[in-house]
Design a protein around this ligand. Structure first.
Ligand code: UDP
Ligand code: MG
Length: 319
């Protein structure tokens, strides 16, 4: 157990108030559990004292590594940089603000040792968050769940442990607008949900203002669903259907001769029929765009977990 290296990836954006405490707590937990570890702090372009604090830590402790971005590239990109830099056998992604308790890491590691490749932490409860955040998060996960083509677990953040091989697959997904928790579900492998209670932020305030949250939510939905495009086609189909009914109805009125306003029939039918046709055409174009989008994401076609009885025996097998 001790010979395995655990890489802990911590993104930080304006976290001067929590950086030191985060390091202390992580170090304490990892030392006590006697795990071999490295800490990868990613400074996502903060211009407060976050970077100087991290530099100081790195001077004293060679297990602490620091990557610093030239500007703010966002949480998901910071985590991605950490995954690229990690050298461990297992990678743990954790928020800097101690909302995800570092004390759970040994439990995540234990599950990994049992053979799970992704151990994600599922929040049972979220303390100290505004009703607005809780409500929007709930709606978002519900909506994502109904739209998405892959099963993305509800109430799950990026706090998780992934096996090295999952990290390798992740590195081969070059898409630009990254929604990591969705990508980690998409890869498959043996996944385990570990329930925990989400704590309050140790200090400071959220670095996810509404604008970032909306971008994050739309990344999640657009990257994992082309249903909105399909809906346009359905809508077009329904409109055409309605216009045909209208056509029949107005023809009947015309023939019987009751209440027939001159011009009414042709206008109504033309408007509804052509708007239906337009929507349908948009939907069809949308389907092609969805294909182009899918291709441009350049995700691997499939992911092999194990190969049995093949020549190269070395690295594909689990021990
Ligand atoms: N974060 C980041 N870049 C950003 C925004 C946030 O690296 O642009 C980091 C932040 O420092 C923290 C984690 O992402 O470690 C989660 O952010 P936060 O706790 O503010 O989000 P919340 O818990 O409120 O959703
Ligand atoms: Mg937080």
């Amino acid at each position: 157990m001790l010979d395995k290296l655990i890489s802990i990836i911590v993104p930080m954006y304006f976290e001067e108030e929590v950086a030191q405490e985060c390091y202390n707590r992580l170090t304490k937990v990892m030392k006590e559990s006697q795990l071999n570890y490295e800490l990868i702090f990613v400074n996502d372009g903060s211009t407060d004292k976050t970077l100087p604090i991290l530099k100081e830590i790195a001077l004293k402790d060679e297990r602490a590594k620091v990557i610093s971005f030239s500007r703010n590239f966002g949480h998901q990109n910071a985590v991605t940089a950490g995954i690229f830099a990690a050298t461990g056998d297992a990678l743990v992604i954790i928020d800097a603000d101690l909302q995800d308790p570092p004390e759970l890491i040994p439990d995540l590691v234990a599950k990994w040792q049992e053979g799970y490749d992704v151990v994600y932490a599922k929040r049972k409860q979220r303390k100290g968050e505004t009703w607005f955040k809780l409500f929007t998060a709930k709606c978002f996960y519900k909506f994502l769940h109904s739209m998405s083509e892959v099963e993305i677990p509800k109430d799950t953040g990026d706090f998780r442990l992934i096996d090295r091989k999952v990290g390798e697959v992740f590195k081969n997904m070059p898409e630009r607008n990254r929604f990591i928790r969705g990508m980690m579900s998409w890869v498959g492998f043996k996944q385990y949900a570990f329930e925990y209670e989400r704590q309050e932020r140790f200090a400071g305030s959220t670095k996810y203002p509404l604008k970032k949250m909306l971008k994050f939510a739309s990344d999640g939905i657009i990257a994992f669903s082309s249903k909105p495009l399909k809906m346009i086609s359905y809508l077009g189909g329904i409109t055409i259907f309605i216009s045909i009914i209208l056509l029949i109805y107005s023809l009947i009125i015309r023939i019987i001769g009751v209440n027939a306003q001159p011009g009414w029939t042709s206008i109504i039918v033309a408007i509804s029929l052509f708007s239906g046709v337009q929507l349908l055409s948009l939907g069809i174009i949308g389907q092609y765009i969805a294909r182009i989008y899918d291709e441009s994401k350049n995700r691997p076609l499939y992911i092999v977990d194990e190969k049995i009885n093949f020549e190269e025996k070395d690295n594909n097998k689990k021990e």
